[in-house]
Design a binder for this molecule. Sequence first.
Ligand SMILES: *[C@@H]1O[C@H](CO)[C@@H](O)[C@H](O)[C@H]1NC(C)=O
Ligand SMILES: *[C@@H]1O[C@H](CO)[C@@H](O)[C@H](O)[C@H]1NC(C)=O
Ligand SMILES: *[C@@H]1O[C@H](CO)[C@@H](O)[C@H](O)[C@H]1NC(C)=O
Ligand SMILES: *[C@@H]1O[C@H](CO)[C@@H](O)[C@H](O)[C@H]1NC(C)=O
Ligand SMILES: *[C@@H]1O[C@H](CO)[C@@H](O)[C@H](O)[C@H]1NC(C)=O
Ligand SMILES: *[C@@H]1O[C@H](CO)[C@@H](O)[C@H](O)[C@H]1NC(C)=O
Ligand SMILES: *[C@@H]1O[C@H](CO)[C@@H](O)[C@H](O)[C@H]1NC(C)=O
Ligand SMILES: *[C@@H]1O[C@H](CO)[C@@H](O)[C@H](O)[C@H]1NC(C)=O
Ligand SMILES: *[C@@H]1O[C@H](CO)[C@@H](O)[C@H](O)[C@H]1NC(C)=O
Length: 363
Amino acid sequence: MTFLVPRMLVVCVFSVTGLAWFAHGMVFNPAPCPCSNHTLCDPIRTTAKKEVVAFSGSGADWRHYFWDNITAVIVGDGFDPQMMCHAHSKGVRIVMRGACSLETLFNESARTAWAEQTVQSAVGNFTDGFNIDFEQPLQKSQAHYLTDMVRQIKDAFKKALPYAQVTLDSPYSAECTFGRCYDYRAIGEIVDYIMIMAYDELVVDGRAMANAPLNKTTKGVDDFIKADVPSSKLVLIVPWYGYDFPCSMLTESDVCLYKLSTQRQSAFGDIMKLLDNNSTTGRKWSEADQSPYFDYKDTETGQTHQVWYDNATSLALRFEMAKEKQLHGVSVFQADCLDYSTHQKAVNETNEMWDAFIGEWLF
Ligand SMILES: *[C@@H]1O[C@H](CO)[C@@H](O)[C@H](O)[C@H]1NC(C)=O
Ligand SMILES: *[C@@H]1O[C@H](CO)[C@@H](O)[C@H](O)[C@H]1NC(C)=O
Ligand SMILES: *[C@@H]1O[C@H](CO)[C@@H](O)[C@H](O)[C@H]1NC(C)=O
Ligand SMILES: *[C@@H]1O[C@H](CO)[C@@H](O)[C@H](O)[C@H]1NC(C)=O
Ligand SMILES: *[C@@H]1O[C@H](CO)[C@@H](O)[C@H](O)[C@H]1NC(C)=O
Ligand SMILES: *[C@@H]1O[C@H](CO)[C@@H](O)[C@H](O)[C@H]1NC(C)=O
Ligand SMILES: *[C@@H]1O[C@H](CO)[C@@H](O)[C@H](O)[C@H]1NC(C)=O
Ligand SMILES: *[C@@H]1O[C@H](CO)[C@@H](O)[C@H](O)[C@H]1NC(C)=O
Ligand SMILES: *[C@@H]1O[C@H](CO)[C@@H](O)[C@H](O)[C@H]1NC(C)=O
């Protein structure tokens, strides 16, 4: 299974075939509807009070999602059109994700063409919105370009698909985290909501640590509220993956020192197998981070590794925090990281992860 931190650049296409099909505010969709029942190609028009959003990979795992309890699924290129039919039969939005390049961001005519192309793709795929996954560093003085792009996309969607949702992915904090000095206050006024990627919060000091320490994650959310983004415009995305650190040294107090960039992301389902078959410490829990971890020895190399991850218990704490702060919703990156096989233990763990996710967010 392959997956990445959300980062997907849609190639910006400059040739636009025209938007004549927006005439009279009606969307004439030239693409054939892939659903056996054609009404399922209609966009979702209802709005949930709270959002429960799953990011999706590719493949067939989507058939196992808890469709009765989510509001939207964010998809990348090449998603299964049958997923859209199924989602719509459950009243769930399908939202495409992508972004333009930096070069396009700075070029207004290129940006306009890209925005039009993006809307056409969304319409052509019978989807219900767009998740802007830009993830590029910008200086404060350049932030207005992104704000303009977000406004352009939002306006273009409003015209073609009035019920569409437009959202932006942000790092875990609103400070210039990862060099992304975006104008969150202005963007918050335009988008339906900002999705906080509450993970990859590693400090690069060579010590293995949690993907999303609770205190740091909480401070990150507070930073957005301080930056004048109302909590009702924030959705918290938590990780269904962890980090595997090869330890160059393990201290007596079980601190794993590793060489920067040698850590690997690992899916929850794979981590559970390592925990069962390979762990040398059994389950451990960090009080400081409110996250689980364990050590194991690689059978091939003999090297000790430390794995930090989140399970249903640690994630429930993050969802509770989101609820206490009255955020607009919660999300997971990503739904295909679980083991959807029929082994009873995997079934139990997968159900626990979904239950923790949807349980707090009845809508
Ligand atoms: C098609 O789907 C719509 C919406 O889910 C439903 O109301 C309708 O009964 C379905 N029609 C058929 C023929 O199944
Ligand atoms: C901006 O993009 C357009 C295509 O939309 C291109 O023709 C033009 O050369 C670009 N301008 C610059 C300065 O790169
Ligand atoms: C569906 O989306 C893909 C990916 O963005 C795009 O390449 C394709 O052209 C879209 N289909 C239609 C019919 O617009
Ligand atoms: C979170 O807790 C850790 C360990 O106690 C501490 O080092 C760190 O500074 C705290 N971070 C924040 C943002 O409070
Ligand atoms: C490890 O444990 C799981 C059960 O969690 C099992 O299904 C799997 O086959 C075991 N072996 C390996 C090599 O992962
Ligand atoms: C999560 O991990 C902690 C520590 O390893 C453990 O105590 C807890 O039971 C785990 N939660 C679940 C649901 O397995
Ligand atoms: C985990 O243990 C299994 C045997 O139970 C072994 O086949 C596998 O290679 C081990 N995995 C790693 C990463 O060492
Ligand atoms: C799965 O959960 C059921 C019900 O909670 C429990 O009875 C069973 O022992 C669990 N099975 C495994 C393999 O953990
Ligand atoms: C999930 O949806 C099902 C079907 O509507 C419902 O019975 C169940 O209570 C929901 N669970 C939660 C936790 O919302």
